[in-house]
Design a binder for this molecule. Structure first.
Ligand code: FES
Length: 127
């Protein structure tokens, strides 16, 4: 049912944890299953230099967050904004249709963390 990549990222997730004083944080949840995902970003010169995640959720959500963090690490903010749930799913060699919403959570968490980063930048400029 699950690809080797999904199983690998589920059993050995990359970038788990939190960041001290992150530049952006995004938390999203799925009301149906109750799963929650949080992504922390460290950004320097508009490049994501570090990223961590905490996911309270199903195996597919954990694998999706792990893969998503790998995909955005080292990318610019603009590049990271282009990462869709489809890209996450493809990088995982697919997810069962009933589990596609788990990868959507990863896309949403990235988007939210980036908009949090942008908001913080704005308030810094205004300060
Ligand atoms: Fe909810 Fe996977 S079942 S995120």
């Amino acid at each position: 049912m699950y690809s080797d990549k999904v199983m690998d990222h589920f059993t050995n997730p990359r970038n788990v944890g939190e960041l001290d004083s992150p530049d952006g944080v995004g938390e999203v949840g799925n009301a149906r299953c109750g799963d929650i995902m949080r992504i922390y970003l460290k950004v320097e010169n508009d490049v994501i230099v570090d990223v961590k995640f905490k996911t309270f959720g199903c195996g597919a959500a954990i694998a999706s967050s792990s893969m998503a963090t790998e995909l955005i690490k080292g990318k610019t903010i603009d590049e990271a904004l282009l990462i869709t749930n489809k890209a996450v799913t493809q990088a995982l060699d697919g997810l069962p249709p009933v589990k596609l919403h788990c990868s959507v959570l990863a896309e949403e968490a990235i988007q939210k963390a980036i908009s949090d980063y942008k908001e913080k930048q704005k308030s810094k400029v205004g300060a």
